[in-house]
Design a protein around this ligand. Structure first.
Ligand code: NDP
Ligand code: 8X3
Length: 252
């Protein structure tokens, strides 16, 4: 019998990461679930370990020492990561560049770009050693175009796009699959975080049209990881049917 694969998912406490964890569990993929909110990780672990083996790691992706130590500390039966979903990320604020906050800029670049790099740095050596593995970087349509007031968030996701391409080139000799999934608007806690807990403002983002749901993205991620090994989905953009670009959304 084939051994279950092991996936490490960052940002598993909410939205796209949580939906992906649930779908992976239904499909017999063992899980290393990461996030900062321990209670949510514990609840998810209790739910999903009825189906697969689950281990949780609590860390802030901004803290490189902790990221490396936590991933190094994985028990032997979880060390051999087959799939890395670099999903943790968020937007902070939506302001023209001249009004942007330095703290928001730091958060977006430190989490979305440097955090993704730290986690990858910890996971890649084992993939190189075994000459197999699959990394999926969650980018965004914001990594393909820039929209008004999106400035630094868009820059962080353009960086993810560049890192995705760079990883694919550099890890090519090691038979490692690298690809990005770039969603448009998905109804998660994303806008609540962007608008600093203002739920009313966040909900308005998704009014008047049917946005993507986190389960839609999980379904695509699962499709990507279940292709035959010689097939690598290198870069995928997915939007709600109502969305034509970052700024063109058919609302009624
Ligand atoms: P959510 O806010 O629902 O989830 C974000 C996840 O990232 C949470 O699990 C959160 O966990 C984790 N996270 C955030 N900051 C940190 C940190 N400093 N350290 C560790 N983990 C962190 O948003 P989404 O599910 O929508 O976002 C997931 C990814 O999808 C992000 O990269 C986002 O940019 C991208 N995306 C989202 C879109 C959308 O419209 N929703 C569209 C395109 C891309 P915790 O707080 O417990 O640490
Ligand atoms: C999240 C989608 O359009 O809010 O990456 O930037 S958007």
């Amino acid at each position: 019998m084939n051994k279950n694969k092991i996936a490490l998912i960052t940002g598993a406490t909410s939205g796209i990461g949580m939906a992906t964890a649930k779908l992976f569990a239904q499909n017999n993929i063992n899980l290393v679930l990461c996030g900062r909110r321990q209670e949510r990780l514990d609840t998810l672990k209790r739910e999903l370990e009825k189906e697969v083996a689950v281990h949780t790691l609590t860390f802030d992706v901004r803290n490189k020492t902790t990221v490396l130590a936590q991933i190094e500390s994985l028990p032997n039966n979880f060390k051999d990561i087959d799939i890395l979903i670099n999903n943790a990320g968020n937007a902070h604020g939506l302001e023209p560049i001249q009004d942007g906050s330095l703290e928001d800029w730091d958060a977006m670049l430190d989490i979305n770009v440097k955090g993704l790099l730290y986690v990858s740095k910890a996971v890649i050596p084992n993939m190189i050693a075994k000459k197999s593995g699959h990394i999926i970087n969650i980018g965004s349509t914001a990594g393909k175009e820039v929209y008004p007031k999106g400035n630094v968030y868009c820059a962080s996701k353009h960086a993810v796009d560049a890192i995705n391409q760079g990883m694919r080139i550099d890890l090519n000799p090691y038979n490692i699959k690298i690809g990005a999934v770039n969603p448009g608007m998905v109804e998660t806690e994303f806008s609540e975080v962007r608008f600093k807990g203002n739920t009313e403002k966040a909900a308005k983002v998704y009014h008047g049209f049917k946005p993507l749901q986190p389960e839609d993205i999980a379904d695509i991620i699962h499709f990507v990881v279940t292709r035959p090994y010689h097939v690598n989905i290198a870069d995928l953009v997915v939007m709600s049917t109502a969305q034509a670009s970052s700024t063109i959304v058919n609302k009624n």
